[in-house]
Design a protein around this ligand. Structure first.
Ligand code: PEP
Ligand code: MG
Length: 878
């Protein structure tokens, strides 16, 4: 049978999310449980994929099935598309598998044209109805032009503003039927002026173009950015939902709202939402008017409100999760337009997960599985320094739309935000309201402040998703976007003025209030304890300083997976000795310089072991090419020359001799230990002496250092360096007369090491995948420069993700699997971890779990993310 591209809402259910998208599957599910949903149909995500395969065209079969759907919809609803007696108007809305709020397109009131408008008005003499019809018509022309034909909305907004000014009114709702009629005419004229053709009047043509526009919107730049940020594959496509319109803008007995069954900012179990009388959905989301709190709906529409409360209960009991709903009241009757598991802040996610367990909705495992690990980032976000905050007086207040604190310089456009951030400036983006194309600028900003819009406005929803601090709807701001200035509480802010905002309280302050790191509290510990119970993968941290190590321990790290010892050499008191070592001519000179460094290294390692309290510590030997350490300033070169008893020219010659054409493939890693064994000897002494001291001080700890040799590509290389390490270590241990165990392992970060892992495993106690270099060497992309051209790869759809951020499972992953498969049988005690940046990326963590790693190691602030991701991987792959 031919492919089925179209499903009526009555034909689907929530298990069909992949095919129908989230919105379509939930509309079907709501239908099946008897909730009031206007009955329409969903065109599948597969049709979207087909659209792209067919060269961005909707083929006849898909369109024919869509028209079948229209026919059925007409029968169910007793109205007809394009009819002059009883016309059916529809909405056309996107809906991917994973929710992507505001990223793709929606068209409302489709099916209107001059004749339909005239017929509708003729059939109802109420002047208010006439106003409604023209309001819907001008909305449709505006939305269709913007979304489908990509005529900028600004032209239409300018026309509305001009009309409001002409009529001396402030809000759209104050415009009369005649005003709106005139606007609709102006809009059509604008359309023709912009596109050189008439506005399409045939509803079927309108529908086809709208469906195409939704499919096309899957590939718009903001959707692409959102997908990359949220690990949503491009191949999924979006479904299209075609649904009969119900009209919140019909009259004052009608309205529209957005609500959450629990507070998406705090997680509190109480209905939260917003409602606008005589309006359509986009008015709430776009923040055109600031809406009223949902509780007020009870006064305005008591029956619909009572029914809505019941619907909320039904939906929570059905989905066992907090729901985010869109609804419309038409002539006092409630219609559900959408439900989905609501986006929430990290604190809310934790509270809701715990409450759902306590209320019997979820098991612990399910609770762990429902939290987006990336979301935890926001828990660790800055807050204002308490004392500074106390001393500050707010100059205004908006809604605390997304928690956290931010301070920075005011910018007025998303582009400026991105450009200033690029220059290293901290900025707060201040806008009348944000719109989806602002996403890059919003991401670049420390915080977002809007004049209009509520808790469910675009700015609020998107900022929460990104974990960026946001204050929305501060109506007291007198904004002059064009001239890049605004006034608030008598103060004028221009581009570059300093401002601070509190996304929790909604307070706004002039000037910069310093921020401090967040402290984790509340349900975090409980959820993390569940995560720890279910995960099998250990989580270590990459830390080079005791302070980082302590922070990581607080966040649950179970060891250090990577201490990059070279970071210790850059400190003021040791760089001089290190440079002397580099510029030595003889082994003796080098050893003398290294002797100066030894006590520092030993002290550093002691502090790390102390911080780790007997948990494993992996210390990696010197890795970077030596030229990274040499002085560049004339004055420093002179200092070094004097210390070495050499001339400036001699030092310059040595520095020049360190130059390499490909330093990342050059004289670095274990190659340094091969040419200068005395470096490895010094580092071994420091590691072992520190371990002996700390072991002696803490008899109840097991201090067992793991010495890690970087950049090995050949077993003989490892053997050579290991011999130096073992001889030195054993001599130290014997001299101390103590029983101390240690391990010597290697990083696997060169493809050849992975491919010859059976050989290497004979000499290694452990492998640790250095996926930064492994990615670099597998792709042949410089890890420092790839960013310059990767954007072109995303645009061309060659890559969906940055392989340096998200592990390339197909290529680099295959090398990792190969190394494990080859290494483990040779050395059954071999333990294996990862310490490249991927160790803190949730999808990469899942891969590490699947291929049987023992641990991941990541930066301290990503430790909770890795713990949760590891638990989710264990639960999902049970
Ligand atoms: C790696 O290459 O993945 C790694 C952890 O080492 P570095 O980033 O220091 O090269
Ligand atoms: Mg490396």
């Amino acid at each position: 049978m031919a492919n089925k591209w179209v499903y009526m809402f009555s034909e689907g259910d929530m298990s069909m999310r992949n095919l129908l998208g989230g919105k379509g599957a939930n509309l079907a599910e709501m239908t099946s449980i008897g909730l009031p949903v206007p009955q329409g149909f969903t065109i599948t995500t597969e049709a979207c994929t087909q659209y792209y395969e067919d060269g961005r065209k909707i083929n006849d079969e898909i369109m024919a099935q869509a028209m079948e759907g229209v026919k059925k919809m007409e029968e169910i609803n007793g109205k007809k598309f394009g009819d002059l007696q009883n016309p059916l108007l529809v909405s056309v809305r996107s809906g991917a598998r994973a929710s992507m709020p505001g990223m793709m397109d929606t068209i409302l009131n489709l099916g209107l044209n001059d004749e339909v408008v005239a017929a509708m008005i003729k059939g109802n003499p109420d002047p208010k109805f006439e106003r409604f019809v023209y309001d819907s018509y001008r909305r449709f022309i505006q939305m269709f032009s913007d979304v489908v034909m990509e005529v900028g909305k600004k032209y239409f907004e300018q026309l509305i503003d001009a009309m409001k000014e002409k009529k001396g009114v402030k809000f759209d709702v104050e415009l009369t039927a005649a005003d709106l009629k005139e606007l609709a005419e102006q809009f059509k004229a604008e359309y023709k002026k912009q596109l050189g053709e008439d506005f399409p009047s045939d509803p079927v043509e309108q529908l086809k173009l709208a469906i195409e526009a939704v499919f096309r919107s899957w590939d718009n730049p903001r959707a692409n950015v959102y997908r990359r940020d949220n690990d949503i594959p491009y191949s999924w496509g979006t479904a299209v939902n075609v649904m009969p319109m119900v009209f919140g803008n019909l009259n004052d007995e009608s309205g529209t709202g957005v609500a959450f069954t629990r507070d998406p900012a705090t997680g509190e179990n109480k209905l939260m939402g917003e409602f606008l009388i005589n309006a359509q959905g986009e008015d709430v989301v776009a923040g055109v008017r600031t809406p009223m709190p949902i509780a007020q709906m009870e006064k305005e529409f008591p029956e619909a409100y009572a029914e809505f409360i019941k619907v909320c209960e039904t939906l929570e009991n059905h989905y066992h999760d907090m729901q985010d709903m869109e609804f419309t009241v038409e002539n006092k009757k409630l219609y559900m337009l959408q439900c989905r598991n609501g986006k929430r802040t990290a604190p809310a996610a934790l509270k809701i997960a715990c409450d759902l367990v306590d209320e019997g909705h979820k098991t612990e495992e399910e609770a762990v599985a429902m939290i987006d690990p990336r979301n935890l980032d926001t828990l660790l976000h800055p807050q204002f320094d308490a004392a500074s905050l106390k001393a500050a007086t707010p100059i205004g207040k908006g809604l605390g739309a997304s928690p956290g604190a931010a301070c920075g310089k005011v910018v007025f456009t998303a582009d400026d935000a991105a450009a200033w951030a690029e220059k290293g400036e901290k900025v707060v983006l201040v806008r009348l309201e944000t719109s989806p194309e602002d996403i890059t600028g919003m991401k670049a900003a420390q915080g977002i402040l809007t004049v209009r819009g509520g808790m469910t406005s675009h700015a609020a929803v998107v900022a929460r998703g990104m974990g960026t601090c946001c204050v929305s709807g501060c109506g007291d701001i007198a904004m002059d976007e064009e001239n890049k200035k605004f006034t608030l509480a008598g103060q004028t802010f221009t581009e570059g003025s300093e401002i601070s905002i509190d996304g929790t309280t909604g307070n706004i302050y002039a000037g910069l209030i310093p921020t401090v790191d967040a402290t984790i509290a509340g349900e975090f510990g409980r959820v993390m304890a569940w995560a720890d119970k279910y995960r099998t993968l250990k989580v270590r941290t990459n830390a080079d300083t005791p302070a980082d190590a302590k922070k990581a321990r607080e966040l649950g790290a179970e060891g250090i997976g990577l201490c990059r010892t070279e970071h210790m050499f850059f400190e003021e008191d040791r760089i001089a000795a290190f440079r002397e070592m580099i510029c030595s001519d003889t082994v003796e000179e080098r050893e003398a310089a290294l002797d100066k460094i030894l006590p520092y290294q030993q002290g550093d390692f002691e502090a790390l072991y102390e911080a780790l309290e007997g948990n494993p510590v992996t210390i990696r030997f010197l890795d970077p090419p030596l030229h990274e350490f040499v002085p560049t300033e004339e004055e420093d070169i002179k200092k070094l020359a004097d210390a070495q008893g050499k001339s400036v020219d001699e030092i310059k010659t040595i520095i020049a001799s360190l130059h390499e054409f490909n330093p990342m493939m050059g004289h670095r890693g274990c190659r340094l230990a091969v040419t200068y064994p005395e470096i490895a000897k010094m580092q071994t002494k420091a590691v072992i002496r520190a371990a002996i001291n700390v072991q002696k001080a803490h008899a109840d700890w097991t201090v067992k250092p793991e010495i890690m040799i970087p950049l090995v590509c050949e077993v003989e290389e490892l053997k050579y360096v290991k011999k130096i390490v073992v001889e030195t270590a054993d001599a130290e241990i014997a001299a101390a007369g103590i029983d101390l165990k240690y391990e010597v392992g290697t990083m696997i970060e060169i493809p050849r090491a992975a491919l010859t892992a059976d050989e290497i495993a004979k000499e290694a106690d452990f492998f640790c995948f250095g996926t930064n270099d492994l990615t670099q060497m597998t792709f042949g992309f410089s890890r420092d420069d790839a960013g310059k051209f990767l954007d072109a790869y995303y645009d061309a759809k060659i890559f969906e993700n940055d392989p340096f951020a998200k592990l390339d499972q197909t290529g680099v992953g295959k090398l990792m699997e190969t190394a494990i498969k080859l290494g483990k049988p040779v050395n059954p005690n071999l333990h294996v971890g990862i310490c490249g940046e991927h160790g803190g990326d949730p999808s990469s963590v899942e891969f590490c779990h699947k291929i049987g790693l023992d641990y991941v190691s990541c930066s301290p602030f990503r430790v909770p993310i890795a713990r949760l991701a590891a638990a989710q991987a264990a639960i999902a792959n049970k």
